[in-house]
Design a protein around this ligand. Structure first.
Ligand SMILES: *[C@@H]1O[C@H](CO)[C@@H](O)[C@H](O)[C@H]1NC(C)=O
Ligand SMILES: *[C@@H]1O[C@H](CO)[C@@H](O)[C@H](O)[C@H]1NC(C)=O
Ligand SMILES: *[C@@H]1O[C@H](CO)[C@@H](O)[C@H](O)[C@H]1NC(C)=O
Ligand SMILES: *[C@@H]1O[C@H](CO)[C@@H](O)[C@H](O)[C@H]1NC(C)=O
Ligand SMILES: CC(=O)N[C@H]1CO[C@H](CO)[C@@H](O)[C@@H]1O
Length: 525
């Protein structure tokens, strides 16, 4: 979504709030309704009893049949066809079974040609007004020699310098399209048509079109990894949802949020191009570009293929909680980087993102991947988000707790309300003893002799309240060093978190090893 959504969401929020307020008088009149309610309850229980008794008597045999019929489906099938009143069916009784096996052998995916970076064409939605600032985000990930794509602007800008950015084009005139949403902006139509306009440029050997905003940062190796899971010859619409439950209700739980980026396979883009302009005219009341896209996808009958590595980040405040507990999937994109705090403390937003480029280069597949282990001797919990940060907690916290993002961020409505998210979160720990010690990436390098990466994380110097637990204090530790073998094929296997092991804790530093879990290795104390 391009334009400011707060107003519309506030509206929705207010509506929901007012409807819940209306519910209060109803619960207030409960006292008078109580005897009536009891009577109904008794009637209901009696009726249920009668129904169940009758049903049990009548159907005890059918139940037995159900239990044992499963392994013997063939005979059931024959049986049912002979009793269905069509004894001379032209369909042989074993038709379904045979064809079922045929279908299942067909399901084995045909090997499709691998997607490479050069097969992707990017369509970046940008505006002339913010271009001078936002182009710096694109510079972070754009490789002019290896990548193809267009920045689509509303008006021409001064771009005399060769800055290694994608070529700029001005979107077609959309003033003849109707736009009737009061909260939104009609630039939504222009942005929605970027896929079609990019396709019409007629570039050759395209497998995927990938859309993003001017404030979206892609981890391109991981984007390629994700797209490689899918056959580009088929129709695919791949992306992810908003973090905000209300946003997803208001827009759709079936929509790829544009800022997080989404991918459309070439044949789907062609099918879309044929109908998009007429389709857009059918939905003048929609708010943004991505809900217009989803409306057309729904007309084409193509569902969203959800990939959790695309991040819309409809949140405010600090992304730390989300980045320190990334889902077990490659990190593909980051968005709304102007809205949230810099992801590393005490540096600018751009400097912070710049720092991520180093671990991304060394081991992109492992970037932000979480592993959880324990310093047994000291009873500490260690959570590694590789290439980003490490947390050390006093005491033993289970993986199911630590793999949940802590709410260091605020919802799009600037509320710290846990019901507002489309996934589980945990509160920021208030007990001074439970506050984690956070170590942020300071440098990383690849040891090419041992083919192993070494990354160092230094403690974020913030004041800690006194803790009276009689146990080792992580405040002694200034840095954590992590060894990890780069694993470019991590995502060719089934998803699984890496394991980590605390190798030693001496003086002011801790050494941790991260890698594929060994046989029978689990995150336990
Ligand atoms: C059943 O179908 C076969 C051909 O499929 C036909 O020869 C036969 O006469 C039919 N029998 C009856 C009872 O309809
Ligand atoms: C582009 O550059 C010209 C001359 O340098 C200047 O007059 C104009 O305002 C600039 N336009 C924008 C959009 O920055
Ligand atoms: C777009 O088209 C309308 C008429 O359809 C015209 O009035 C307007 O000037 C055009 N805008 C641009 C930027 O060309
Ligand atoms: C923040 O950075 C400045 C210089 O860039 C440095 O002087 C200052 O000590 C840093 N603060 C912290 C808390 O690291
Ligand atoms: C054995 C059998 O009945 N095979 C049929 C499976 O379905 C296809 C059509 O999808 C028929 O052509 C086959 O005859």
């Amino acid at each position: 979504m391009k334009v400011n959504q707060k107003d519309s969401e506030k509206l929705l929020w207010d509506q929901m709030r007012s409807s819940s307020c209306k519910a209060i008088p109803v619960t207030g009149s409960q006292n008078r309704a109580l005897p009536k309610l009891l009577l109904w309850l008794i009637l209901f229980v009696s009726a249920t009893y009668v129904v169940y008794t009758l049903k049990l008597v009548g159907s005890s045999r059918a139940c037995d049949d159900d239990i044992f019929s499963k392994p013997n489906r063939k005979s059931v099938l024959i049986h049912s066809s002979s009793t269905s009143g069509k004894p001379n069916s032209t369909i042989p009784s074993n038709y379904f079974l045979q064809n079922q096996t045929m279908f299942s052998s067909e399901k084995i995916p045909k090997t499709h040609q691998k997607t490479e970076l050069k097969d992707i064409v990017f369509g970046i939605a940008a505006s002339a007004k913010l271009w001078e600032k936002r182009k710096n985000y694109i510079k972070l990930w754009w490789k002019p020699e290896e990548m193809r794509g267009i920045v689509w602007l509303d008006k021409p800008v001064n771009n005399s310098k060769n800055e290694g950015l994608p070529p700029i084009k001005i979107s077609g005139n959309t003033s003849h399209f109707a736009y009737k949403n009061r909260q939104g902006h009609r630039s939504a139509i222009r942005i929605s048509r970027i896929v079609s306009e990019t396709l019409r440029l007629g570039m050759e050997n395209v497998k995927w079109f990938v859309m993003g905003d001017d404030d979206t940062v892609f981890a391109i190796e991981n984007l390629v990894r994700i797209l490689n899971k899918y056959d580009h010859n088929q129709f695919y619409y791949i992306g992810s949802l908003s973090e905000s439950h209300l946003q997803n209700i208001y827009f759709s739980y079936s929509m790829a949020y544009g800022g997080g980026g989404f991918a459309i396979s070439y044949p789907l883009a062609k099918a879309l191009d044929k109908m998009q302009d007429q389709c857009i005219q059918r939905y003048p009341g929609l708010y943004g570009s991505d809900d217009r896209m989803q409306a057309c996808m729904a007309e084409l009958g193509v569902p969203l293929t959800k990939e959790l590595g695309f991040h819309q980040y409809d949140v405010y405040g600090n992304l730390f909680g989300l980045l320190a507990a990334h889902p077990v999937t490659p990190l593909v994109s980051l968005h709304h980087l102007d809205v949230v705090e810099p992801i590393f403390p005490n540096v600018t937003r751009l400097q912070a993102l710049q720092r991520l480029k180093l671990p991304m280069k060394i081991d992109s597949a492992g970037l932000m991947q979480q592993s959880i282990c324990y310093d047994k001797a000291r009873s500490w919990t260690v959570s590694v988000s590789w290439g980003f940060a490490i947390q050390i907690f006093r005491g033993v916290l289970s993986p199911r707790e630590i793999e949940m993002p802590s709410r260091t961020f605020l919802n799009w409505y600037r509320r710290a309300d846990y019901t507002a998210y489309a996934f589980n979160t945990r509160p920021v720990m208030r007990n001074p003893c439970q506050k984690p010690f956070v170590y942020y990436l300071s440098w990383a390098r690849l040891d090419s002799v041992k083919i192993q990466s070494v990354s160092e994380y230094t403690r974020h110097q913030v004041p800690y309240l006194e803790c009276h637990w009689k146990m080792a204090d992580p405040a002694e530790l200034d840095r954590v060093v992590v060894y990890k073998k780069p694993d470019p094929h991590l995502w060719d296997r089934s998803p699984r978190r890496n394991c980590c092991r605390v190798l030693n804790t001496k003086g002011k530093s801790m050494v941790v090893d991260v890698g594929v879990c060994r046989e029978d290795e689990v995150s336990e104390v």
